[in-house]
Write a protein that binds this ligand. Structure first.
Ligand code: BG6
Length: 608
């Protein structure tokens, strides 16, 4: 995934573009670049590595003059991260500069066609074909050139185009990749994410697939794919620039861990009215609801692990079979889906390519679709029949924390709501769960407060090279996310394993000094989990137990422990994951890792 920005105004564009790129750097940081038109020419500066390299190279943009420009921060898909492959890409005649997020799937054929016409390519990227097509189709009218170029492209893209034609116009196009327009005063903008717009304006326009915009300092005109003007509403961003900044924390990840009590509250409380759960944009009729005979949850990464927790809770309360499927597998599995299937799609960004594809595949086969996403107006939110937003605010750290816990919160609420409508939940139990939901922000805060010692624990345990996370039932579901958190940001090999399955093979790897993190909060199976602790200790393992705060028995058995506040058992995962997030954070910190921008990762992978 990459980040693109654009500016058209009456002041120097470069500093605005570079600041915008810094706010989008979580989307990819292999290289960065800007292209600014000064009336005479388009000035380009681009470089491998972080946006700060671009900043240093251009004295924070002061060296690059002009009031109209585009910028890009890259997560490489085609072509290695280097200065040449960095965006923006230019047409041979220097009239067009292009920045791109997504993949031009037919770029090879277009490159071949253009090369045959004598075009000289300088990069290995798919994007460069766009710049040369614009030149090919330009006959004095940039808007027509943009339309003809867009008509040749296949794949997913959000594109920004600077054209040197003296009109001061910027063009922005969206096809299956997020692009938002910022409406300023005497200046206008576009960006991949509102985080880059908020310092300048809270008035935004969400482009839809197939639309493109013509942007000048005074005006934004949006057109449909035929070039007919479209009247688009102006939305107001609900949060402010501080929300997208670190707020005094060393890393976005730590800030977002600490925000979880508030994010849970923001996600849950508005949906409980007079003791009843109501979803503002999810309304299955009784006929549809009672017709559901299976639920499939699909997502990628941590969103999928949130789904693993949701599966246990929904099955427990609703007594409907639930399976959790990796989106990258489901999309190609010729799945057996029909109108009796409820597909729940989970995605923080709402832009993950595999998840989008799985959603489309299942919807085409008749599934009713519900999206749980954090980004308003995102692709998945638009594609699904129904959407329930997590109101976690902008999540900048690549490793999700508040995104995950608010996804689990929505799944817990959904389970209660569905079970109640299906008549499978006693009123007394319903009311008990509602009280427990109200109590959760305090429990999450207690999970943070109980574990001030995690930092010391991480210091002692951070040199392990492979770590096992084991558990049963909900503990097993949480162990998956706990393991991924550690892997993503500390680069330690970690594996989540069903505790009951360990003896069937993997225990062969457990030896003297192995670290086994044992999640032991699911009380119905506690005896079994205690046996698993004995099993691994008998083979020399060191056990870090994750236990309810009043469980003295396991604390005695384990070498180290992390405490979890006692909560409604079905909601324990939301508190249980918090100390594991902190553990991963402090281990990564001890290992000197780049916590907010882990190597090889992106916040959301909008390409296959
Ligand atoms: C990965 C991220 O690329 O995508 C994970 O590194 C995330 O943190 C996963 O869980 C899915 O992203 P999303 O936006 O669909 O939840």
């Amino acid at each position: 995934m990459c980040g693109i920005v654009g500016f058209s105004g009456t002041r120097e564009a470069a500093p605005v573009l570079i600041d915008g790129l810094k706010r989008l750097e979580y989307r990819g940081y292999d290289s960065a670049g800007i292209a600014v038109a000064d009336g005479e020419r388009i000035n380009v500066a681009k470089v491998k590595g972080y946006v700060r390299n671009l900043s240093e190279m251009t004295h924070d943009g002061a060296d690059i003059k002009g009031f109209l420009g585009v910028g890009h921060t890259r997560w490489a898909t085609h072509g290695a991260p280097n200065d040449i492959n960095a965006h923006p890409h230019m047409s041979s005649d220097g009239r067009f500069a292009v920045v791109h997020n997504g993949i031009i799937e037919n770029y090879a054929q277009l490159r071949e066609e253009l090369t045959a016409k004598g075009v000289k390519f300088v990069s290995d990227t798919d994007t460069e074909v766009v710049a040369h097509l614009l030149e090919e189709y330009y006959q004095g009218d940039a808007k027509k050139a943009v339309m003809r170029t867009a008509a040749r492209l296949e794949g997913s893209y959000s594109l920004g185009v600077v054209c040197l034609d003296g009109t001061g116009r910027l063009f922005a196009m969206r096809e299956q990749s997020p692009l938002i327009l910022g409406v300023g005063v005497g200046e206008n903008y576009f960006a991949s994410d509102v985080a880059a717009l908020v310092p300048h304006t809270k008035n935004v326009i969400y482009l839809d697939d197939g639309e493109f915009a013509e942007i000048t300092p005074e005006e934004i005109t949006v057109y449909d794919v035929r070039g007919i003007p479209v009247n688009k509403p102006i939305s107001r961003i609900a949060w402010d620039v501080e929300a997208a900044e670190k707020g005094g924390y060393e890393h976005f990840m730590l800030k977002e861990i600490m925000e979880q009590p508030a994010c849970f509250k923001a996600t849950v409380e508005p949906r409980i009215k007079d003791g009843r759960i109501e979803f503002e944009s999810f309304s299955l009729s009784d006929e549809e609801l009672f017709g559901i005979d299976r639920i499939i949850i699909t997502a990628c990464g941590s969103a999928g692990y949130a789904g693993q927790v949701g599966r246990y809770v929904i099955e427990e309360l609703c007594r409907i079979p639930v399976s959790v499927e990796l989106a990258s597998e489901l999309r190609y599995r010729n799945p057996i889906i029909n109108e009796k299937t409820l597909l729940i799609v989970i995605s923080q960004s709402g832009e993950t390519a595999d998840t989008i594809a799985a959603l489309k595949e299942c919807r085409a086969r008749g599934a009713r679709t519900l999206a749980i996403v954090n980004v308003v107006g995102s692709t998945i939110a638009k594609l699904a029949d129904h959407v329930i937003y997590t109101w976690a605010g902008p999540e900048i750290a690549v490793a999700t924390t508040k995104g995950y816990t608010t996804q689990v919160a929505v799944l817990d609420m959904l389970a209660i709501y569905l079970a109640d409508r299906l008549g499978r939940l006693e009123k007394s139990r319903y009311d008990e769960l509602i009280v427990a939901l109200h109590d959760m922000p305090g429990k999450i805060q207690r999970a943070i407060d109980l574990n001030r010692r995690v930092k010391r624990l991480a210091k002692r345990l951070c040199r392990h090279n492979d770590i096992y996370f084991i558990g049963r039932n909900l503990d097993y579901a949480v162990s998956m996310e706990g393991s991924l958190k550690l892997k993503e940001i500390s680069y330690i090999f970690a594996e989540a394993y069903a505790a009951g399955e360990l003896k069937h093979g993997t225990i062969a790897l457990v030896e003297q000094g192995s670290l086994v993190v044992t999640l032991a909060c699911y009380e119905p199976l506690l005896e079994k989990t205690m046996s698993n602790i004995e099993e691994v200790k008998a083979r020399g393992a060191e056990v870090l137990a994750v236990v309810l705060e009043d469980n003295r028995q396991i604390v005695k058995m384990a070498d180290e422990f992390i405490l979890v506040p006692r909560t409604e058992p079905l909601f324990t995962p939301i508190a249980q994951i918090v100390p594991l997030q902190l553990f991963a954070y402090y281990v990564a910190k001890e290992r000197g890792c780049d916590i907010d921008k882990p190597k090889n990762l992106a916040k959301s992978v909008t390409v296959e």
